[in-house]
Design a protein around this ligand. Structure first.
Ligand SMILES: *[C@@H]1O[C@H](CO)[C@@H](O)[C@H](O)[C@H]1NC(C)=O
Ligand SMILES: *[C@@H]1O[C@H](CO)[C@@H](O)[C@H](O)[C@H]1NC(C)=O
Ligand SMILES: *[C@@H]1O[C@H](CO)[C@@H](O)[C@H](O)[C@H]1NC(C)=O
Ligand SMILES: *[C@@H]1O[C@H](CO)[C@@H](O)[C@H](O)[C@H]1NC(C)=O
Ligand SMILES: *[C@@H]1O[C@H](CO)[C@@H](O)[C@H](O)[C@H]1NC(C)=O
Ligand SMILES: *[C@@H]1O[C@H](CO)[C@@H](O)[C@H](O)[C@H]1NC(C)=O
Length: 603
């Protein structure tokens, strides 16, 4: 995949910058930290900016041995000056990306800081990045933040957190409560709060941002009351909580299954976890692979759980409008400014892995295959093995282009939309509506829709038939990869002028938001992007040649109503787990309503 090419290269580029001659020393409460100083060309101002970089700063004690499957412990102060010149290892993971020469280890809780040098010691806004990868894989060093820090004039922090079994094993009790990966993220955020001022950061302007599972993580952190006042804003790109892929209801069974594989079989949870703590890490890696979760197979065997410690609510329904959250959770969520959005074709993520599509390039489903096979898998995956026939007919009706229903290209497009709308669009609307309601119209909620068709071929989606912006393809724009001369030359790609401009615009919007909570200020693009409310559903359509006309209303309203009101109601009323007669009569009424709905909303 082209994606791997991009990231492996980036890593090499960043490592080669170790030869930087200049260094910079910071005295922090945890000890002395020496960083490197690089000259980075800022295309927007035509000047060269000095960027201080500190790589591999430990923010927690290594979570190994007795610390495995536990919340992280804070890092004890450094006993000698740290030369923060080298990247740390990535966290142990189910390796799906070719990590190149990047080594992995359980000892992986380190962070990186990219801090532009300022004139007159101005305090800079801080952006803390949480990477994605299904909570199964990924690492901070893929996201080289030179361009974002320099063009945006912000401090960028990236860090590693535990994933998969290391981050989320749970026995459902105090022996292994789970959510260690989320605690790692919280500890990194706390570290930034406690220390970033020494690096020139403004602790009153900290934004947590992330993509995909990183975006899911951003929402989890935004709901955790222990983060109150540790950050003020959040940007959630293509992901929220409650999606099927971040909840596995078999997680405690999976802990037992792991126990069997590791010869730790016992009905005593304490003994089980103690035994699993003694398993050598390379064996643990092997066993986790034995769960046979390959590339993007959902859900991960180990996911966040409602442990009543970090997650004190029902994940699936937390953001539903009718659902009452605990008071402290509500207070936290309403205390932050939130920007969130999706790309135009998020469904790209589901084309390859879930359907045994061996040859995604030639994926072109006919109607029979769509109606009989693809929809079944969709329902099984999203609604847990249950397959209500009426829901099936209803979804097929909605996701058919009735002007030319037998056209395979149309079927393929509708299939991609089905996944994008249901998983990402539905989650987006729930998040926006909940946040706007709790923040009670304080102009703190912003929505974007990123809608371009990239020319740049080093994107994340390998299929040439794929048009528009797929899952993850916002990242090269946000991190300014397209504007790095080194990267362009080495990759032999020539991003279009509009892509480079788009990249700068996005960095301006994102860094504006980090600085002020308002994406229009201080660096005004003349868009007058207005906040989202439940009634006006205002959003910015980010496309080529953006003007104030790109501020639109009610994105994808018909299908968002379909996924946020109609389908959940249908599924509920059909009483999936029971076959009582009252279920059937209720479902009949709903179906009649739905037929009316489809009829009157036909485009
Ligand atoms: C940093 O990495 C380089 C290249 O791998 C290595 O030669 C050097 O010893 C490392 N420095 C430290 C301080 O670990
Ligand atoms: C949960 O476990 C059951 C029975 O072991 C299995 O059939 C099902 O596929 C599992 N579900 C997930 C999401 O892993
Ligand atoms: C539809 O596609 C399936 C799977 O590719 C294939 O087996 C089947 O023969 C096709 N049916 C028609 C009518 O083309
Ligand atoms: C929100 O924005 C509207 C219109 O732009 C403005 O009238 C209102 O005062 C703002 N509310 C707050 C709390 O800032
Ligand atoms: C939506 O409502 C907000 C808050 O009242 C307001 O600031 C904004 O201008 C409205 N947007 C549109 C497009 O009407
Ligand atoms: C954007 O603007 C340029 C110059 O005004 C124009 O040539 C181009 O066609 C426009 N692109 C789109 C997608 O509207």
């Amino acid at each position: 995949m082209a994606r791997q090419v991009v990231f492996c290269f980036l890593l090499i580029t960043s490592i080669s910058s170790i030869s930087a001659v200049q260094t910079h020393t910071v005295e922090t409460s945890i000890g002395t930290i020496n960083g490197m100083v690089d000259d980075v060309y800022d295309g927007s101002s035509g000047t060269t900016v000095k960027l201080r970089k500190y790589f591999g700063i430990p923010f927690a004690e290594p979570p190994v041995g007795k610390r495995r499957f536990k919340k992280p412990d804070p890092k004890t102060p450094l006993t000698e000056p740290l030369n923060a010149f080298n990247h740390s290892k990535a966290c142990s993971q189910v390796t799906v990306y070719k990590l190149g020469d990047v080594p992995t280890d359980e000892d992986c809780l380190y962070l990186n800081i990219y801090a532009p040098e300022t004139i007159q010691d101005e305090k800079l806004a801080v952006m803390v990045w949480i990477y994605g990868g299904s909570l199964m894989h990924g690492f901070s060093d893929m996201y080289v933040a030179d361009n974002l820090a320099v063009y945006g004039n912000v401090i960028v922090v990236t860090f590693n957190y535990r994933m998969s079994v290391w981050g989320f094993l749970s026995t459902g009790d105090e022996n292994a409560p789970g959510n260690y990966g989320l605690w790692d993220q919280h500890m990194a955020i706390k570290w930034v709060h406690d220390n970033i001022a020494k690096f020139g950061g403004d602790t009153n302007r900290v934004t947590v941002f992330g993509e995909s599972a990183g975006s899911t993580s951003v929402i989890f952190q935004s709901l955790y009351p222990g983060n109150k006042a540790l950050f003020q804003r959040a940007i959630a790109q293509s992901g929220s909580i409650g999606a099927f892929w971040s909840i596995n209801e078999n997680i405690t069974q999976n802990a037992r299954h792991l126990g069997t594989l590791a010869e730790c079989e016992t009905s005593d949870n304490k003994a089980l976890v103690d035994c699993l703590r003694d398993v050598p890490n390379h064996k643990l890696e092997e066993f986790v692979s034995d769960f046979s979760y390959g590339l993007l197979t959902f859900p991960s065997p180990f996911t966040p759980v409602t442990d009543r410690l970090f997650i004190n609510y029902d994940q699936k329904h937390a953001l539903d409008l009718g659902n009452e959250l605990p008071v402290a959770t509500k207070e936290m969520f309403s205390s932050i400014d939130l920007m969130t959005g999706v790309n135009s074709r998020e469904g790209s993520l589901f084309v390859i892995p879930l359907f045994g599509v061996i040859d995604p390039e030639n994926f072109l489903p006919n109607r029979t295959f769509f109606e009989e096979y693809l929809i079944s898998i969709f329902l099984e995956t999203v609604y847990g093995g249950l397959e209500p026939q009426s829901a099936r007919a209803f979804i097929i009706a909605e996701y058919t282009n009735w002007k030319d229903p037998d056209n395979k290209h149309n079927t393929r497009e509708e299939f991609v939309s089905l996944w994008g709308d249901s998983v990402f669009g539905g989650g987006l609307y729930r998040t926006l509506n909940k946040h706007e309601t709790l923040a009670s119209n304080r102009n703190k909620t912003y929505m974007y829709f990123f809608d371009v068709e990239p020319d740049f071929t080093g994107g994340y989606v390998p299929m040439t038939w794929f048009k528009k912006l797929g899952h993850g393809e916002d990242i090269p724009f946000l991190f300014g990869f397209l504007n790095s001369d080194v990267i362009k030359d080495e990759l032999k790609v020539t991003p279009s002028v509009w892509e480079q401009e788009m990249s700068r615009d996005i960095i301006r919007l994102w860094s504006n938001f980090a600085k002020t909570g308002n994406p229009n200020s201080p660096s005004d693009l003349g868009l007058n992007w207005t906040p989202y409310t439940k009634t006006n559903k205002s959003y910015l359509q980010m496309s080529r040649n953006m003007t104030s006309a790109n501020v639109k209303r009610r994105w994808n309203q018909r299908r968002m109503t379909f996924w946020t009101s109609l389908v959940p109601e249908l599924i509920d009323r059909l009483c999936l787990t029971s076959v009582s007669s009252s279920c059937h009569s209720a479902s009949f009424v709903i179906i009649i309503n739905l037929i009316f709905y489809l009829h009157f909303h036909s485009i």
